[in-house]
Design a protein around this ligand. Structure first.
Ligand SMILES: [Zn+2]
Length: 380
């Protein structure tokens, strides 16, 4: 990863580049600050810059053998430590090396990784990661190795606050009596949980929230078709790029669900069976997890429309677009059908969960919906 691939943070980049130029690279540095601002990408870009064989005043070259290995995070002098736990594959004494392939893959997709995203990627079931004493043994072994190629060995420790006491003490010892040509880059979101003795021996680098224009730059690259949504997300992201990315994905998904839901309801209302059949074919291809998300979206829309029908607008939670659609549609969701509709969508979701044949489940749901939309409102 080159510095130019890291969003914003120009001052810090300059400061890091100067340490290399002036040959005063501190052997233990700690990047700290809120999540989603690019601490990990900065550390990786810095390590790549240090090892680059053709660096310029501004950046690493991106093309030398060292940079190419860095781009894949497979450089033999680049080591990673991060919190892990046991899972189905790693049953005892988990250490970072067991998970290095997943780590490389997920960083390749999103270097602005959050702690939770990492735990989900390695199969968390409400588990918390830890950097344990087994890890410190592995760290010491790596430090005792000679550097392969580059001058420096770099050890990036992501979330050192997750170290238990024995790992922290072992790290402290390595920082106090440094191996030559070894650099520790620590990346922390909560320095209060790190041993003060470690903090006092590291150079602290505060990484601030990102500017709106930097977040915009990153989002535009990833979502070129969604300008309107980007502006909205930036307002809510608070300088946190990880959060902005998550909001983009979930808002985009909601938007797709909205389109599919409104299409389905219109077609059912008009009883356009040929179009419904095409829709069923398309939706059946989405897969189980996506369909379940879609059904839960539909259930929310049915509930909200019923509320709107009862004219209790102040307790509705609809986006602008959803609200516009629902102003008319809510007339069709009433006491005469809301319970049956809800139960049909819930049943469809359960059948999909139980590996039911998606085409049949969706077609059955369409037929029930056609009938229920014509159901008269109850009068007492
Ligand atoms: Zn290079």
């Amino acid at each position: 990863m080159k510095f130019s691939e890291v969003l914003g943070q120009e001052e810090i980049k300059q400061r890091l580049i100067r340490t290399v130029k002036e040959e005063r690279i501190s052997h233990a540095q700690l990047f700290f600050g809120p999540s989603g601002v690019g601490k990990l990408p900065l550390a990786i870009a810095y390590a790549q810059y240090i090892s680059c064989e053709n660096r310029t005043e501004l950046d690493s070259c991106g093309t030398c053998p060292s940079c190419i290995k860095f781009a894949k995070l497979v450089h033999p002098d680049l080591h990673f430590v991060f919190p892990v736990f046991t899972n189905k594959e790693v049953k005892t004494n988990p250490v970072s090396d067991h998970f290095i392939e997943q780590w490389r893959t997920i960083l390749d997709i999103n270097p602005y990784l959050t702690e939770n995203q990492w735990y989900e990627a390695i199969g968390a079931e409400n588990k918390q990661g830890l950097i344990s004493k087994h890890e410190s043994t592995s760290i010491l072994r790596k430090l005792s190795l000679k550097s392969y190629e580059g001058e420096y060995k770099v050890m990036i420790i992501w979330l050192p606050e997750k170290m238990n006491a024995s790992a922290a003490n072992s790290l402290l010892k390595s920082i106090e009596e440094p191996y030559s040509k070894t650099i520790f880059l620590l990346i922390s979101e909560n320095t209060e949980l790190i041993l003060p003795t470690i903090l006092s021996r590291t150079q602290m680098i505060r990484v601030a929230p990102l500017k709106s224009e930097n977040i915009a730059e990153g989002l535009q690259k990833n979502f070129p078709e969604a300008q309107e949504l980007i502006e909205d997300v930036i307002r809510r992201s608070n300088g946190n790029y990880s959060k902005a990315l998550q909001m983009m994905v979930s808002d985009e998904l909601d938007n797709t669900h909205f389109e599919e839901f409104t299409y389905f309801m219109r077609k059912c209302y008009k009883r356009e069976i040929i179009d419904i059949n095409t829709w069923v074919e398309r939706m059946a291809g989405l897969g189980r997890e996506r369909l379940k998300l879609f059904f839960s979206y539909c259930l929310r829309m049915i509930r909200e429309n019923f509320v709107l029908n009862l004219k209790q607008n102040d307790i509705s939670f609809l986006s602008k677009k959803e609200d516009e659609f629902s102003q008319k549609f809510s007339a069709f969701i009433h006491s005469g059908n809301v319970y049956d509709l809800t139960s049909e969508f819930e049943k469809a979701s359960q059948h999909i969960e139980a590996n039911g044949y998606a085409r049949l489940v969706l077609m059955d749901l369409a037929i029930k919906t056609i009938l229920l939309l014509k159901q008269p409102e109850k009068t007492d």
